[in-house]
Design a protein around this ligand. Structure first.
Ligand code: ADP
Length: 508
């Protein structure tokens, strides 16, 4: 299938529903941008294909222009027109697909949580592959992400290889096994795939509901390499609690399944150059961190005078969904208050009853001198909170990788986490004597009840209050940890090289 070519690096096309900062809901967006930038710096050609959402941050797209190309793609038995736009995001070439479909798939004012998400993203995947075919692109690797673009894999082999788009091998990364894209099987026919062929236990049939088709499973079965976002999560998903029904499929495909810890984009997340901060700072000079803390507290109306000046500021930035340990997030607000700290929560929830509950707590603390809840998505405020906070809580029930603990540490905010998934791979308790002392960088706990959180948060707050010099050393150490994409991107290059031909692998 693979044709030799003369480029020194690989040509990788990411097909994704998110890309930071233009279309970001959570970590998926950060990963697509951070990994791609790192690969680009290593000499590979990386392009990204995204839906053209109405709600993107268009101010962050450079040179956006409509391509002179009529893209016709198939859906629901008909051919539909699409516009394709190109632009540069964070130095990366991006193509945006705009369907001219009467359902206005990406003109909804939000990225997800539409009743026809399955249709929206299967339409997008078909159009994205059609674009690659029509524009004569010959990538070495097509990398798709999460259930939204998992259907790229069966579409590629069943429809596009026979049509001549045959240069690529397929990588698939699952960022969260909770979201699988399972629908009554007939829904798959819309994008042109054969339900009869694919509704089989060894293909795309949902493992729990035999009448359903499972897109995530299709991504696993039909891709050449499958990754998830941390080594610990890669183990956890082989068990029923983690695999959410796909553990058997993963076990069958274990020889091509790996866990690679995400990195963070250390240029976007750098307190020494972050233009969203009023005061830049580094591990060698923390005075700017203190100034940011003061400013943010004033801005949000928390008291900063007298005895209050040295209260530890606890931060939390999160999607408010059950996975994130909503009951423990709520509890940590009250516990922080009880123990004499200040707390800032930045978060929002797609789940109405959770959003409602937190709106109630926000009202309760509306003019409170120590607690503030900001219930929205706000990129700029998130940077200020990472910079201002001393302690950062992440009490997740499960966490595939988690980026906020890494960003927090880079900004000198010490994480208090539940020991699960990628949190267990990146946060090591300061009091855990089985861990080499140089690796210890935060506080962790295991149990799902409030006692575990209390134990870890109380220790953090006591160290902060009683041992300021020790704390400052811990902050400097955390800020110096290398969480960049550099090492993890090399692992992806190894996988890419393994799946393209040996001829090519020996050339790179
Ligand atoms: P997930 O992908 O499950 O949401 P991650 O920890 O992998 O969790 O990534 C979360 C990313 O989203 C981080 O970059 C975090 O700063 C950001 N984020 C989450 N909630 C908000 C919010 N309300 N406002 C701004 N950024 C947010």
């Amino acid at each position: 299938l693979i044709k030799p070519h003369s480029r020194p690096g690989l040509y990788i096309v990411n097909i994704s529903a998110e890309m930071a900062p233009v279309a970001k809901v959570g970590g998926l967006g950060d990963v697509v941008t951070g990994l791609s930038r790192s690969l680009q710096r290593k000499g590979h050609l990386v392009e990204i294909i995204l839906p053209k959402y109405d709600c993107m941050d268009y101010t962050r797209i450079k040179s956006l222009k409509e391509l002179d190309l009529e893209l016709h793609s198939f859906f629901d038995g008909q051919i539909h027109k699409n516009k394709v736009w190109s632009g540069i995001v964070e130095g990366l070439p991006v193509y945006f697909i705009e369907p001219l479909h009467p359902a206005k798939f990406f003109w909804r004012g939000q990225f997800y949580s539409e009743p026809d998400d399955f249709k929206r993203f299967t339409y997008f995947c078909r159009a994205a592959l059609e674009f690659l075919l029509q524009s004569g692109k010959r990538p070495d690797v097509i990398h798709s992400h999460d259930w939204h673009t998992a259907v790229v894999a069966p579409l590629y082999w069943d429809i596009y290889v026979p049509l001549g788009l045959d240069s690529a091998r397929l990588a698939f990364t699952c960022h969260n096994f909770e979201y699988q894209g399972a629908e009554p099987a007939v829904a798959l026919a819309s994008c042109g795939l054969s339900v009869r062929e694919l509704l089989r236990p060894d293909r795309m049939q949902d493992n729990s509901f035999p009448n359903k088709i499972n897109l995530l499973k299709g991504g696993i079965v039909f891709s050449n390499v499958v990754t998830t976002v941390s080594p610990t999560y890669a183990q956890e998903v082989l068990r029923p609690e983690g695999g959410k029904g796909l553990q058997g499929t993963l076990a069958q495909h274990s020889r091509k399944f790996y866990g690679v810890l995400n990195g963070i984009d250390d240029e976007s997340w750098n307190p020494a150059t972050d233009s969203l901060l009023n005061h830049q700072y580094s591990a060698d000079d923390l005075s700017g961190k203190e100034a940011n803390k003061q400013m943010l507290r004033e801005r949000l109306g928390l008291v900063t005078q007298g005895d209050d000046a040295r209260r530890p500021l606890v931060g939390c930035i999160t999607r408010l969904v059950p996975q994130k340990g909503v009951h423990l997030i709520r509890h940590s607000i009250y516990r922080t208050l009880e123990r004499g700290g200040q707390f800032i929560l930045l978060g929002s929830s797609p789940i109405p009853h959770i959003q409602h509950e937190f709106e109630g707590i926000a009202r309760q603390f509306e003019n409170h001198p120590q607690i503030r809840l900001v219930l929205k998505y706000d990129e700029a405020l998130s940077h200020s909170i990472y910079a201002a906070s001393d302690i950062f809580v992440i009490p997740s029930i499960f966490e595939p990788c988690g980026l906020t603990q890494m960003i927090a540490m880079r900004y000198g905010s010490i994480p208090v986490v539940r020991e699960t998934g990628g949190l267990a791979d990146s946060v090591f308790d300061v009091d855990n004597e089985s861990i080499p002392i140089e690796k210890r960088n935060g506080f962790s706990f295991q149990s799902l009840d409030e006692g575990g959180l209390n134990w870890a948060l109380d220790r953090a707050m006591s160290y902060y209050a009683q041992n300021p010099d020790w704390w400052e050393k811990l902050v400097r150490k955390a800020m110096k940890i290398d969480f960049s994409w550099d090492v993890s991107a090399d692992q992806y290059v190894d996988f890419y090289n393994q799946i393209v031909t040996n001829v090519h692998a020996t050339r790179t």
